[in-house]
Design a protein around this ligand. Structure first.
Ligand code: C2E
Ligand code: MG
Ligand code: MG
Length: 632
């Protein structure tokens, strides 16, 4: 028979619970990890509280009746082994802990292994544990498990002790909840950090992170006297791929490109996604030759066809390279210089290009031009000059070409080639092109009123950008209607590149213009890449032989042969020809000899402002100088 505990025993028990509570509170405050916290509380229960054994079981999420032991401390190896073996204690083990979990209330009773269904392998260890208390652990009002403490004495745990241990269980619950919340925050922060710093698609550092990486890497390089190279890789055709095959396909190509880049550049290098179809590679400056090799290598890898959704897709790229500290001393300048170098590559097609200081000068000139051109346009400071097209034999004017001029109050005369390129980049060509057509038509109307005989058509140059406008034809027609000029008076000059970009669409536009009464000339012929098959198919009236061939035709047999071939081909196709850039009587003579009928050039007349051109037309019947003039 058991003796009832003395007052001294009672005090001792309450005191050990109190010691346990204060020690475990200190642990709770320091705890950063749930497993360690659970283990520490069990250990303190035994070491500080003087209990025989303590363990914590969690409910199994997918097994309502199961309890998973998650922490254990005590001098009872047999229990440890038994728990390890069974791992999950099912409902058939009715004892204090299972009841505490099921009912959500504190239980006093038998230790787990005193349960009749709990089979221990060898000698039962009940000797060291006579009584048990099980206290439910709650997180967010849900019972997640229980803390079991076993005492060596039977009928241990008086009221004071129970109250203190209950407090311990609530503190432990609070500790667990706090750690879980903190972990959840940490995970969310980590996820947010990843989203903020890495590109979700390619998993490469994104633009934000890149600027940090660049700053830190450049700082470190500066301290160590290291030199770096920044490559800006721009992919071709990604927009077209997105438009034709969908963004999913474009995304997969980006992922594959990112993988390839990661594999090809060394571990030391940084690969980042700069946004859109641009990637950055930051690597050691191993000298121009080695960098050029790397750039070629990367471009070759990207040129390899990609296989996406059972499609084989080819995509190329361009690389601009800027060196630190040679080209720029800070991340922003380094990036913009690589960008400038890349823009240079794009002008000439694919490949790579190292930054050169002239590029910065060119850029600032371009920026100034763009700015001043916009003001010139709104202040009506552009002008049209006219150059006659001349019949070579008698020198009669058989048409004219309108040529744009800009005399800026600050920059002076700016060549049309230079400012038209800027206007094209800035999207100003639609507006400028319309101004040119309107002004030329207004002059034609004035000449008619003044009695100036306007034989032949007025040639108007058309930029490829104008033709991208879906309303191009409507615009042209509206201007002619407003100025009262017939399409029969106008020839539109296009370049070969205009035709080849989207031949089907161009075919439709030209056919419509032709049907309306315009004639179509192919400007600078021989310098582009027209397919002869297209040439035959396109509704074209005139080929303008590029002045480069005329320039050298007297001393370069090849150029003369090219002119002869163009003339023969044009005759076969029923097209007219105009030779551009005739500057001497010998050239006129040679062209006549080859069978060319019409030409333009300084030999006959430089482009003239409208007033001078009017005057000339009123006073001269032939554009040939006196000794060569012939009767028409
Ligand atoms: P283009 O259409 O081939 O115009 C002929 C160019 O050759 C003109 O240069 C003209 O001044 C020049 N030229 C004429 N005869 C001779 C000659 O005997 N020797 C030499 N060396 N050059 C001669 P310009 O006016 O500087 O125009 C250059 C280019 O700018 C034009 O080439 C055309 O592509 C473009 N352009 C000019 N005006 C316009 C325009 O209104 N709209 C568009 N889109 N482009 C224009
Ligand atoms: Mg032209
Ligand atoms: Mg030309």
């Amino acid at each position: 028979m058991q003796q009832s505990p003395t007052l001294e025993d009672e005090l001792k028990r309450a005191h050990r619970a109190l010691r346990l509570l204060s020690a475990s509170n200190r642990t709770l405050l320091r705890a950063s990890d749930e497993t360690t916290l659970l283990h520490d509380v069990c250990r303190i229960a035994v070491e500080v509280g003087g209990y025989a054994l303590s363990w914590i079981g969690y409910t199994e999420q997918d097994n309502e009746a199961g309890i998973l032991p998650v922490a254990y401390y005590g001098n009872d190896d047999a229990f440890q082994k038994a728990v390890d073996r069974s791992k999950v204690i099912g409902e058939h083990h009715q004892c204090a802990i299972t009841t505490a979990i099921q009912t959500g209330t504190m239980q006093l009773g038998q230790p787990l292994f005193a349960s009749p269904s709990f089979k221990l392998p060898k000698e039962p260890p009940q000797r060291s544990c006579q009584s048990a208390i099980a206290l439910p652990l709650r997180v967010d009002a849900e019972v997640i498990g229980a803390l079991a403490i076993y005492a060596p004495e039977a009928d241990s745990f008086n009221d004071d002790e129970v109250r203190l241990l209950d407090e311990l269980a609530s503190d432990l619950s609070f500790g667990i909840a706090t750690i879980r919340l903190r972990k959840a925050h940490e995970r969310a922060n980590a996820r947010n950090h990843h989203l903020a710093y890495y590109d979700a698609l390619t998993n490469l550092p994104n633009r934000n992170y890149l600027s940090e990486l660049l700053r830190d890497t450049l700082d470190e390089a500066s301290k160590k006297g290291r030199q770096l190279a920044l490559m800006l890789l721009d992919l071709n055709y990604l927009r077209e791929i997105n438009e034709s095959y969908g963004h999913g396909t474009g995304d997969q190509i980006l992922v594959q490109v990112a993988q390839k880049l990661g594999e090809l550049v060394g571990e030391e290098s940084i690969v980042a996604r700069f946004g859109g179809d641009d990637f950055i590679i930051l690597c050691e400056d191993a000298g121009q030759e080695r960098l050029a090799e790397l750039a070629k290598h990367l471009l070759a890898a990207i040129r390899q066809p990609f296989s996406v959704n059972n499609r084989i897709i080819s995509i190329g790229g361009s690389i601009g390279i800027a060196l630190y500290p040679h080209d720029a001393a800070n991340p922003g300048d380094l990036l913009s210089r690589a960008d400038l170098a890349m823009a240079k590559v794009k002008e000439s097609g694919n490949g790579y290009c190292f930054y050169q200081s002239e590029m910065t000068e060119q850029l600032s000139r371009k920026l100034e031009l763009a700015h001043r051109l916009e003001s010139a346009l709104s202040a009506d400071l552009l002008q049209l000059f006219y150059q006659p097209k001349v019949e070579l034999y008698a020198g009669q004017i058989v048409g004219a070409e309108a040529l744009l001029r800009w005399n800026d109050p600050v920059l002076g005369w700016v060549s049309p080639e230079e400012f038209i390129a800027v206007a094209e980049e800035r999207g100003l060509m639609t507006e400028i092109g319309e101004w040119v057509l309107r002004t030329a038509c207004q002059h034609l109307t004035q000449w008619k009123q003044q009695g100036v005989k306007c034989y032949g058509r007025m040639a108007i140059n058309v930029s490829p950008r104008q033709l991208e406008d879906p309303y191009y034809v409507e615009r042209v027609v509206r201007v002619l209607e407003e100025t009262g000029v017939s399409p029969a008076c106008i020839e539109l000059e296009l370049t070969e590149s205009c035709l080849m970009k989207d031949p089907e669409r161009m075919f439709a536009i030209l056919a419509e213009l032709r049907w309306l009464g315009f004639s179509i000339a192919l400007d600078d012929f021989g310098t582009g890449y027209s397919s002869l098959a297209y040439l035959k198919r396109f509704p074209i009236d005139t080929l303008k032989i590029d002045q480069a061939f005329v320039r050298n035709m007297l001393n370069d047999n090849n150029d003369r042969a090219i002119i002869a071939t163009i003339l023969a081909m044009a005759q076969q196709l029923g097209l007219q020809t105009v030779a551009e850039g005739v500057e001497t009587e010998d050239q006129r003579h040679a062209l006549l000899h080859l069978g060319c009928v019409i030409a333009q050039g300084y030999y006959f007349c430089r482009p003239q402002p409208a007033a001078e051109y009017t005057e000339m037309r009123l006073t001269r019947s032939s554009m040939l100088a006196e000794p060569f003039a012939r009767a028409a």
